[in-house]
Design a protein around this ligand. Sequence first.
Ligand SMILES: [Zn+2]
Length: 344
Amino acid sequence: MSHQALRPRRGRFGMLAATGLAVLLAACAAPVQQADPPSTSFSATVSATPSGNPITVPGLSTPSSESPTPSPSPEPETPAEEPTPEPAGSAVDAPADDYTAPADQPQPEPQEPAQTEDRAIAPPQPASGGGRIVVIDPGHNGANGANPAIINALVDAGFGQTKPCNTTGTSTNAGYTEHEFNWGVATKLQSILSARGYDVRMTRNSDDGIGPCVNKRAAFGNDANAAAVISIHGDGDDAGARGFYVMTAEQDPAGAAMAAQSDALAGDVRDALVNGGLSPSNHLGSGGLWKRNDLAGLNLSLRPTVMIEMGNMRNSSDAALMSSSAGQQQMAQGLADGVSAYLG
Ligand SMILES: [Zn+2]
């Protein structure tokens, strides 16, 4: 998603915001304001674990079944960033009726089914991970664009703000979508961290579903009492912008101590990405770090949380890297190393 649209606070970004807005309009689902809150039936799907089985992790209380329910604090994640109202072509036509009960969530993850099975048989216990819970949040979802009635419903974004339940995300000029990119990096990251002994949980278990809403995604990490939450996105910025940036909440919803933890996580992730050969953004944030006050996923999280724009999908160099499996693996490796550095 394009986060630049939200930087009105920063004068120097004025120009960018204008340009970025155009990008957003084309890339993101238009948040059509709707009075109705996200349907509850939808939330049920959100709880499904990456494997589709809510009880995959032995010995560890699985929050998956509970995640769908309203968490103590509503929290959104990624979609919140794209508040700009825009006409999303496909989204507008989709009949709201179709949405009865997202059948997508329960589907078994196509990419790494072996992981869940392993965990079900042998509890994670690897050297570094020790079974600690890491929540991975792949931004957006494949069926968001076809379900505007659900996706555009406004939800709590923290600190008095509201945001659309979710958005479609951006894409490269060649049409490679952000949700697919996010899913690719997330599943690779899941694989690496699982192998290291972490109890990895995903906020969505497929790339062809709807949502979940940003507040549900944030609740997922809270309910899991995650040791770390990693939200993955790709930006849709000016063509000349490139590089990653790691975002944390400007207003921490869980106190100074937790804010310090998120900052520590952000620093470790930034360092690991740099060590892995990736470059910090050349025009957003500072040194690959940026604090934001308008992202539900950060505003509503009560756990150490970072949201990362891995690169600019509208920049040719970043787009090439982000569209390749090798590039996604490089990014996942950097993220995994950052999480490991943070958790020790
Ligand atoms: Zn995004």
